[in-house]
Design a protein around this ligand. Structure first.
Ligand SMILES: Cc1cc2nc3c(=O)[nH]c(=O)nc-3n(C[C@H](O)[C@H](O)[C@H](O)COP(=O)(O)O)c2cc1C
Length: 191
């Protein structure tokens, strides 16, 4: 049961970024549901879908100056919290998610960051910890201690345009992630 969150007058700005490039992405479906859960709590949130952005790979020189990179780096810098919906590839987040950290660098400083994972099996459940460690230790981010980890068994019409979440556990965990993120962001705004 998720208790309601009292929002203060300062508008909350939560960014949800779907990092998969798969045309029928499970993490995108999870991200879309999370946006609805955030809106239900009264939190202003925006969904970015990396499939729609022409982001270059970080080259440590000029890639972060491209139009798409500038736009998403600005959105990250201005966000109170960032929730990353990531595919798990080779026991890690996919390269597009890692690239986002490399492109944004200092824009990630002091952010609240949470994770939703889409994976093929149950065994990769700690795969975001490398990225989470870097966010904590390099960028002093606060990691939301409510992870969502879903596999294909949690979806109906898997990989079809009508794909949707069927698991009540995953739906509840998404609501918990939304509520905890809003609670943390509200608390930090007050300090
Ligand atoms: C290159 C590649 C590597 C993968 N590695 C893993 C893995 O290490 N562990 C796992 O559980 N699933 C792995 N998977 C399965 C994906 O995590 C799964 O398909 C997930 O739904 C991808 O997210 P998406 O549907 O949002 O693209 C891999 C898939 C691909 C294509």
């Amino acid at each position: 049961m998720v208790s309601p969150v009292q929002l203060e007058s300062h508008p909350m700005n939560i960014l949800v970024i779907s990092c998969s490039l798969h045309p029928q992405s499970r993490s995108y479906i999870l991200a879309r549901q999370l946006i609805q859960d955030l809106h239900a709590l009264g939190a202003s949130s925006t969904l970015y879908d990396l499939r729609d952005l022409d982001l270059p790979f970080c080259d440590a020189v000029s890639a972060d100056k491209t139009e798409a990179a500038v736009a998403i780096i600005k959105a990250i810098a201005e966000a109170d919290a960032i929730l990353l919906a990531v595919p798990i590839y080779n026991y890690d987040v996919n390269a597009a998610a890692k690239n986002l950290l490399e492109l944004g660098m200092r824009a990630w400083n002091n952010k609240i960051v949470g994770f939703i994972c889409a994976a093929g099996g149950r065994a990769s459940y700690m795969s975001v910890m490398g990225l989470a460690n870097s966010l904590m230790l390099d960028f002093r981010c606060l990691i939301v201690p409510r992870f969502v980890y879903a596999t294909k068994d949690d979806f109906g019409d898997d990989r079809l345009p009508t794909m949707h979440i069927t698991s009540d556990v995953i739906k509840a965990r998404l609501q918990e992630l939304a509520a905890t993120t809003v609670r943390l962001a509200t608390a930090l705004q007050q300090n």
